[in-house]
Structure formats: C-alpha cells, structure tokens
Design a protein around this ligand. Structure first.
Ligand code: GRF
Length: 213
C-alpha cells in the first residue's frame, strides 16, 4: 500500500508540529510529512521545520488562500493537519479535501469553539477542560470529533497553567489521531466519524492524569 502524504499548516509556536514530527517514526511506513505551510513569517514553527528538514512554505497574509491552494495542488496530500493554523480555510478549499483535514482545538468541543477558551473555562468554573482533534468541515470547530483529551481543572488554575495542561493533552492525543488515520482506522463519512467502520455516536475521550504533565 502506498504511503500517505501529509502536510501541516501552522501559524505560531509549532509545539504540536514538533510533537507530531517527533512521533512520526513509528508510522513512517504509513504516512510521511512532506511539507508545512504558514501564514506567519514570524512563526516559531518555521524553526521546527528547519530542525526537522521539512520543507516549509512561508506566505504573506494577504495572498494566503491562493498560495495555500497552490501549495496543496503541488503536494496533493492525503492528510492536511492543522496545528495552530489561525486562518479560516475557505469552503472552496475545504470541499476539495473532505475527510482529509484534521484540526486540534484547545477545548472539549462542542464547548467553546473559536478563541479565548481558557478565559471561558475560568469564567465558568469548569471542572474539566481539555483538547479535541476533529475532522474539519465548513462549519468552524464543528466537524466530527476524532478524539478528546480531558483533564481535571486544578483549583488554583490561571490561563497560563490551563494552556500548559491543554498543550500536554494535545501532545498526547494528536499523534494518536494521526496514527489512526495513517492506519485507516478512522474515516469521516458525511458529518460522522467511523472507527473500524463503526459509527461513533459520542466522542472518544482519554482521561489525562495531572501526573503525566
Ligand atoms: C494549540 O493550543 C491548538 O489547539 C490551537 O493553537 C495552539 C497551537 O499551539 N489551535 P502550537 O503552535 O502547536 O504550540
């Protein structure tokens, strides 16, 4: 069977990108990271690409969607991984890659789509928080959930400590989701997730102990 081609889109620090690349060796017969794309010439993730010798396309924010289209045509990926990509991908691109785009979001979706998730968790005194990997559809942060990492919110939390705990959860669940995709264990059908060809009605949740941080 042919090896799946994957590209990663990012806008910031790139800790998820780095973590995925570090976890790539155990799936190298199934999936290869071919290139990365960013809309931010200052993104820390660019250094990560250089460190891992991964081709990276850095584009200016003005022409981002036409450049992204060209990039995707060139690499023809089987999987597009959004790892902190802060641009909304327009429907004409999303529709060309249905079931082939994954995103990670720093909340337990459907709670808190969009931005400022940590302040919302604190404002609502939530007992649990976490991160979600999902397939991308044209509806922002609403595609079928693949996997969630959930942790208990400590009493003395602030935005910074929640970010640390959430990143930890992200770094655990994203490689698992990518591995499932690489091994054809999951796929999106319509607006649903199939795992081993079985319809998943409610999200699969991994409970993460604080001691794993
Ligand atoms: C992550 O928290 C992710 O959930 C969100 O953006 C952040 C990216 O972090 N979409 P990094 O650049 O991977 O460190």
């Amino acid at each position: 069977m042919s090896i799946k081609k994957s590209v990663v889109l990012f806008s910031g620090k790139g800790s998820n990108l780095k973590n995925l690349l570090e976890n790539s060796t155990n799936i190298k017969d199934k999936l290869m990271y071919k290139a990365a794309f960013t809309n931010n010439p200052q993104a820390g993730g660019i250094d990560v690409c250089h460190k891992f010798s991964l081709d990276v396309r850095v584009c200016d924010d003005v022409n981002v969607n036409s450049e992204l289209s060209e990039f995707l045509k060139e690499y023809d990926p089987d999987l597009i991984i959004l790892a902190g990509y802060m641009k909304i991908i327009p429907p004409e691109i999303v529709n060309q890659y249905v079931g082939k785009i994954m995103n990670i979001h720093p909340s337990l979706l459907p709670k808190y789509p969009g931005l400022n998730t940590y302040s919302k968790i604190l404002a609502n005194n939530d007992t649990y928080a976490g991160a979600t990997v999902h397939f991308v559809t044209c509806n922002l942060d609403q595609g079928p959930v693949i996997l969630q990492g959930k942790y208990a919110v400590p009493d003395d939390s602030d935005e910074s400590s929640l970010q640390t705990l959430t990143h930890n959860a992200e770094h655990i669940i994203y490689p698992i989701a990518v591995k499932w995709f690489a091994n054809d264990i999951i796929r999106m059908e319509g607006e649903k997730l199939l795992l081993d060809e079985k319809l998943i009605e409610s999200p699969i949740v991994l409970l993460i102990e604080q001691s794993s941080v």
